[in-house]
Design a protein around this ligand. Structure first.
Ligand SMILES: [Zn+2]
Length: 430
């Protein structure tokens, strides 16, 4: 039986604007959207009226979802120590297929309950993450991290590149899994690897997802070594394109921002991670001004420590307003696009938008809870007043995954037990 949904006379945010209207779906597609009215042959309403808002499933454009296991293991450390002294040793010890499946799915559960229906991941054993994503019902843009040394899953850089091609072939037309190239960063991935991955990204038309200009130390060391800033050098190498997803991009200058805009680069802005690791504040208001496509993402839970992109959007807006001494920058409607349509554009499909013929990735929000009502301005209500408890239901490709705060697709208690077992092993090792 195919699911048909009918949202009758509700508030709609379609990834671009808010309006009152109705929407129907059939199976995995949205069939009709009508402004200011009902759909006569819509059938029995799934939800209707004043207290209902629907919006596109949100997209978390930069994360390392199995790192949910390492939430809180490395607090109050600078990035270099955080990575080299805590995270790398823990990863060497704990990364396995099982860990990626269980901790990955735990993170996916958190995202679905917060209205996230797609995420871009960079980690290891990505085929296990893909299987967990399909089971729980979330879309995953997966990329195996390419670094200059052997990865925790035992692969050389060449093997990781071959693995990237394998992922691209395996998931070519998959409605749930979207392969990506995922070089770690300019400092951990050499230029030969970057160039080979750029060819793969071009050939398969898949995203090129990388950490860029995250800390001042990184930016200065790079400039010393290459005589140029990161985006300048990357442009010289022909690496920048509209498939380029630049996580962080904290230490970029005006010239680099213009390059990013002209090449169609998307920034995955991760304010919590950048603030917690003391990396700084990415100049995203200036990027927007210069025409850069900006998305807001969470990064992994070892540095955030959650995967709730709406919370992140709220922080992004407030930090930019505060540092610019200008409350007009990054209005609520704009940061909502940064977790829906803007990241969707980087993934090259209808993610993050409600459009006729597009995927039925829909989040239903209740507007009558004590925290959110009264709603005079729906964008401000979602960004500043809502919490995951206001997410009434979630559908991904037309499949319902969340209903009234409960996951419908996996056994929450059984998954929790498996996660407890892994977490206990991590605690014993600290
Ligand atoms: Zn990251």
């Amino acid at each position: 039986m195919t699911t048909k949904l009918y949202f009758k006379d509700v508030t709609i945010f379609d990834g671009d604007a808010f309006f009152r209207g109705s929407l129907t779906t059939d199976g995995d597609r949205i069939t009709r959207i009508v402004r200011n009215g009902e759909i006569p042959d819509g059938g029995t309403p799934t939800a209707a009226g004043e207290a209902v808002l629907i919006m596109p499933g949100m997209v978390n454009l930069h994360t390392h979802v199995p790192m949910t296991l390492f939430k809180g293991v490395a607090e109050d450390l600078p990035l270099k120590d955080w990575l080299e002294k805590r995270i790398f040793p823990l990863e060497a010890k704990f990364i396995s297929r099982e860990m990626c499946r269980i901790a990955g799915q735990w993170g996916m559960a958190e995202m679905l309950l917060a209205g996230v229906t797609a995420f871009a991941d960079m980690y290891f054993f990505e085929e296990d993450i893909a299987a967990a994503a399909k089971e729980i019902g979330i879309k995953a843009a997966i990329g195996g991290g390419v670094i200059n040394f052997t990865t925790p899953d035992g692969k050389s850089p060449d093997q990781m590149i071959a693995y990237t091609v394998e992922l691209a072939e395996t998931y070519r037309d998959d409605p749930w899994i979207f392969p990506c190239c995922a070089p770690h960063s300019p400092y951990l991935t050499n230029e030969n690897c970057l160039l080979t991955l750029a060819e793969i990204s071009q050939k398969y038309r898949i995203p090129f997802h990388i950490h860029m200009a995250e800390t001042r130390h990184e930016q200065e060391a790079y400039q010393k070594q290459h005589g140029k800033r990161e985006f300048e050098r990357f442009d010289e190498l022909g690496l920048l394109s509209d498939r380029f997803i630049a996580a962080h991009s904290v230490w970029v200058d005006d010239k680099e921002m213009d390059l990013m805009a002209s090449r169609g680069v998307t920034v995955a802005h991760c304010p919590s991670s950048n603030l917690k690791l003391g990396s700084g504040i990415a100049p995203v208001a200036a990027m927007v001004e210069r025409g850069v496509n900006v998305a807001v993402a969470t990064d992994g839970s070892a540095s955030n420590n959650n995967l709730d992109v709406l919370k992140e959007a709220e922080l992004a807006a407030k930090v930019q307003k505060g540092t610019a001494h200008d409350p007009t920058v990054l209005p609520a409607g704009m940061v909502l696009k940064m977790v829906t349509a803007n990241p969707g554009r980087a993934l090259g499909n209808s993610f993050g938008r409600l459009i006729e013929g597009g995927a039925a990735d829909i989040v239903q929000v209740r507007l009558d809870s004590v925290g959110i009502a009264p709603v005079h301005d729906p964008a401000a209500a979602i960004v500043y007043a809502s919490s995951p408890a206001d997410i009434a239901a979630v559908w991904v490709n037309g499949r319902q995954t969340v209903k009234e705060g409960k996951l419908l697709t996996v056994d929450r208690a059984a998954l929790g037990n498996e996660m407890d077992r892994l977490a206990a092993a991590v605690r014993r090792s600290l």
